[in-house]
Design a protein around this ligand. Sequence first.
Ligand code: ADP
Ligand code: MG
Length: 549
Amino acid sequence: MSRIKVLPPDVRRKIAAGEVILRPVSVIKELVENSLDAQTTRVDIDVTNGGKHKCLVNDDGIGMDRDDAVHATERYTTSKISNLDDVERINTYGFRGEALASIAQVSHFELETSDGVRGTRIEIIGGAIKGTFESQRPRGTRVKVSNLFFNLPARHKFLKSAAWERRLIVETVRTYALICPSVSFSLSENGRSIVDLSGVDSIEKRISIMFPRSLADVLLAIDVNISGVRIRGFCSRPDFSSVHHMHYIYVNSRPVRYSRVYRTITSTYQNPKNPPAFIINIEVEPKLVDINIHPAKNEVKFRDERYILDLLAQALKKKIYTKTTIVDYRRIDSATAVDKQTKRDTRFVQETVVPYAPEEKADIVADKDTDEFWQIHNTYILSQTKSGLIIVDQHVAHERIIYESIMKGKHGTQSLLFPITLDLTPEEYRVYKKTKSILRELGVEFKEFSSRTIVIDSLPADAIVGRESLVDLFRELDGLGNLIKDKKEVAKVVACRSAIKAGQKLSANEMQSLVDHLFACENPYTCPHGRPIVIRVTLDELATRFGRG
Ligand code: ADP
Ligand code: MG
């Protein structure tokens, strides 16, 4: 007898359903998407036992007439596409026509809907229709799903605790609520309200209701539109560091998991230990996105991925590393009181970016009172800003300045009045041989004398290096191993070795010059190794800590 058998249709259907519906949150996601596709103004959700006993979603959308209601619960029935070409134009969450049928296959299912003319109620248990009834209800749709996986014990076994399942549901509801701010969302469990959000007219407003102020306040708005790709959303300032759960990625408003997008965003911040907060919606022509990768539709792929990721990185860099801080810094004035109105207006800073220009720097330098810098422990520089104060770590600040200047190439070199002669050990000499061409490119110039004696006669601008540091430099370059051929890595070592150290006293002028140069950098917030350079403390934070606010 043949070992291979054809599975009976009901088994096939159950298996297929289990691919779309994995757990209560999948039910909620599909039903919420249907409500949003039906242009609802509110989505009300009620669950019991983390959705394991019951998931109910009610909306006031367009509803369905009786025929559609019956069709809706059959497999591959959808009102959203009619042929393959339509998939390329898709602008709804659903299009596979599988969700309701799948859910109804593995639960006790009840659909009640009305198009505003007539109401219909359909009851299905494990895929079998138990009855279709007339019903009274206002326009909209209510779907109640009880005893999920009652007939699929293998799946049921994999469900976790009610608290766990509930957490997934809450997060999913929040994810849709963020991107659809005009829709009201409520979620309750056993009559206890967990989420309750009225419709608002912007994502900003929704953010400010859903997240703590300390997070909402550090967000920068992004909105760029380049050749058909629009990138919109919010991302945290690079100096922001706090525990948070704000990493939302959407493609055409569809919440997605897209690890390359995630990595592009986090790596732009150059600080892996402190992931940024962000909500980013990438809008592209539907035909440039493949949303068919996963039945749950939360994995997508751009057809032209490299291009879009590059745009995203550019847009973020421009936003987060343009010298917004210069604005703050330049406006330093003796009045410390924060103008609440301006503060509110700049909460989602968008247009306040002032590109750095040398003549402006001259202004700042001329206008400023040197009293406004303090050095503490010969390590940190403090300065008053309009919104509070900044603390700059002098070593990493200098490291960043040198790093950027040497990465720009040779033009920023300084000839040493007293060239430094070094007698290298055989080891150091080996490293020197290996790195000298890169070091030359970075602005370190040498002359070679007799064996193992070299003379360094020019260094990158801004670098302050003594002999000892130069010897250490070769030792450290050796420690790079294979990375020694990577210009960036070598530049990091050179920058670190030639930057002023913690513990070095600085004059007021030196502090001023350091801060000025720092804010002229492309990225004044993190050192080449990813450590923060500037910490901001706002007056609000101070007020809170002193119990004033
Ligand atoms: P899809 O969303 O992929 O089309 P579903 O199985 O989720 O497939 O839904 C099938 C169809 O039922 C939808 O295309 C839509 O016409 C209708 N429908 C489902 N839910 C709703 C709702 N809440 N309001 C109005 N129509 C709905
Ligand atoms: Mg659907």
